[in-house]
Design a protein around this ligand. Structure first.
Ligand SMILES: NC(=O)C1=CN([C@@H]2O[C@H](COP(=O)(O)OP(=O)(O)OC[C@H]3O[C@@H](n4cnc5c(N)ncnc54)[C@H](O)[C@@H]3O)[C@@H](O)[C@H]2O)[C@H](O)CC1
Ligand SMILES: [K+]
Length: 507
């Protein structure tokens, strides 16, 4: 799904109002009803639970006021606190007037903040997408008061203080929400690591915004969730043979890190590759032949690191990096690979560190090469530390545009960057995957998908990243998050890919 800027969100609201012939107040009522339904079904508060709604002067506050009315009408103990302002939005005022007189409603003042015990539920409807600058004065004090409370905090649309799609100065006042409930589409701000403590668990609520309008909006950020890739992996034709799915070459492993080669190799096989040859140093030969009998092994003549690039003629794709080490001889293998390869490349781990340490090699990257750095490796690749999460995304866009490559920036919401600068944030996966070897598994899986000629570079990257996370989610159901190890991911690649496979035969 698309990630809209605050400006496009406003356009969408207006377009929905026009297309459906409704008033903005009616759209607000839909938003409040969706919030009300979520709170009742997911939180199931007792009628006696005090629900304190903190309402700002704009439409976010209007959502809060409408929600307060719905809660009151259903018999819940709603209590409204208003943030005084010079101007209030029209729909705020309309809902202020519609609030039944029996609902306690007070203006906030520095000397008059309510007691907020652990048993209460707090609704943060202070500010949403209309926020244009960091919170100060009374609003900042209210936010600090909410954050000090042991009560559950639910943010409407955005945790107040957070901008939807742009950085705010460090240490700006921000509500620390346990839940953020937004409308229809998530916001880019939710997906950035620095915001996790403020956004909490987020959910999108449907309010009937115009799908046609969303469809026609041009954006450069997408969120990849459950349904997006279903059916994208072509079904295997009955008359296929191992040549159909490509012969991949994996260059990996060094003394003490042959396990990385084993994990990437098994993941590549589970990813559906036709044939796999693995290049390891001598130290890895017996290990690989024993641990991965399905793969062919082409050992390097050196005992503990890779020093020679094999003839690339037989291969449909080449992966390099897991457990490689950063010796000069391996750097020369990488240089030769970049100079001679005419098939898709997947570069990870030490192959990326070698690129970062020898940045002139970046000029040799063949177009459509797929790189899979984590943030630290990415920083080494670009050579300049990111000032904040948004700056890192701009660096990412600039990097793929400059080098005409695909880059998978690994994080809780991994971003796949395409050469045109479009970013696709991945929604599958869980914290159990933050474990050694997880990245090696991704490399192997991506290598298999890049060897499959039926897939475009973008589809291979998106399918691989999503299936890797999905394998993690399936594995965690069995092992729990803490108990999950990288080999578990390998076991669940098959089921994850199965979910994404088309039901109709491909041509
Ligand atoms: N489809 C939807 O997403 C819908 C969203 N709704 C809700 O509407 C808000 C956006 O409302 P808006 O009135 O544009 O903005 P805010 O309520 O966030 O606040 C604007 C208000 O605040 C003033 N202001 C801005 N920055 C500051 C600041 N730093 N300090 C103090 N005051 C500030 C500004 O001047 C305005 O007066 C969206 O988030 C949803 O919650 C609709 O209800 C339904 C459809
Ligand atoms: K809010």
């Amino acid at each position: 799904m698309k990630l809209l800027s605050a400006a496009l969100t406003r356009t969408l609201d207006q377009a929905t109002i026009q297309a459906q012939g409704i008033t903005s107040l009616e759209l607000m009522e839909r938003a409040a009803t969706a919030l009300f339904d979520w709170i009742l079904t997911e939180l199931r508060p007792a009628y006696s639970t005090p629900i304190h709604l903190f309402c700002g002067p704009g439409n976010n506050g209007g959502d809060g006021l409408a929600l307060a009315r719905l809660l009151h009408e259903a018999g819940y103990a709603a209590h409204v606190w208003l943030l005084p302002a010079k101007r209030y939005s029209a729909d705020f005022t309309a809902n202020r007037l519609r609030l039944p007189a029996e609902v306690p409603c007070q203006e906030l003042a520095a000397a008059r903040f309510p007691e907020l015990p652990a048993s209460a539920v707090l609704i943060d409807a202070l500010f949403g997408t209309g926020l244009s600058r960091p919170l100060t004065d009374l609003a900042a004090e209210v936010v600090a008061h909410l954050n000090r409370s042991p009560a559950l905090r639910i943010a409407v649309d955005l945790p107040s203080g957070l901008l939807a799609d742009a950085p705010q100065p460090p240490d700006s006042p921000l509500v620390q929400a346990h839940y953020t409930l937004c409308f229809e589409l998530p916001k880019l701000a939710f997906l950035l690591p620095g915001h996790a403590a403020f956004v909490g668990e987020w959910h999108t609520l449907q309010i009937g915004l115009e799908q046609e309008v969303i469809h026609n909006m041009a954006v450069d950020n997408y969120f990849i969730e459950d349904n997006y890739l279903k059916g994208c992996l072509p079904k295997r034709p009955r008359f296929s043979h191992k040549g159909t799915f490509g012969h991949a070459l994996l260059l990996a492993g060094s003394q003490g890190k042959v396990g990385a080669a084993v994990l990437a190799a098994t993941a590549c096989l589970r990813g559906g590759v036709g044939l796999l040859t693995v290049r390891v140093p001598q130290v890895g030969y017996a290990i690989l032949q024993t641990a991965v009998p399905e793969a062919m092994c082409l050992p390097d003549s050196a005992p503990d690191i890779l020093t020679e690039l094999p003839d690339l003629t037989p291969y449909a794709a080449v992966g390099m990096g897991p457990g490689l080490g950063q010796q000069a001889a391996s750097r020369e293998v990488l240089r030769q690979l970049l100079q001679t390869a005419t098939v898709p490349l997947v570069l990870d781990a030490d192959a990326l560190n070698l690129l970062g340490a020898n940045r002139e090699l970046l000029e040799l990257l063949p177009p459509d090469t797929l790189l899979t750095p984590h943030p630290k490796e990415f920083e080494r690749l670009v050579g300049i530390p990111a000032r904040h999460d948004y700056h890192r995304l701009e660096q990412l866009r600039a990097f793929v545009r400059q080098h005409r490559c695909y880059c998978v920036l690994k994080d809780a919401y991994t971003a796949v960057a395409a050469p045109d600068g479009t970013l696709y944030f991945n929604g599958s996966g869980n914290p159990g995957m933050a474990t050694g070897g997880s990245g090696d598994v991704l490399t192997g899986l991506l290598l298999a998908l890049r060897a499959d000629k039926r897939l475009s570079a973008l589809d291979a990257a998106l399918l691989g990243v999503y299936a890797h996370g999905r394998a993690g989610d399936l594995a965690a159901q069995e092992t729990g998050e803490a108990g999950l190890i990288a080999s578990d991911l390998v076991r669940f690649i098959g089921p994850a890919l199965q979910e994404l496979t088309a039901s109709a035969p491909g041509l």
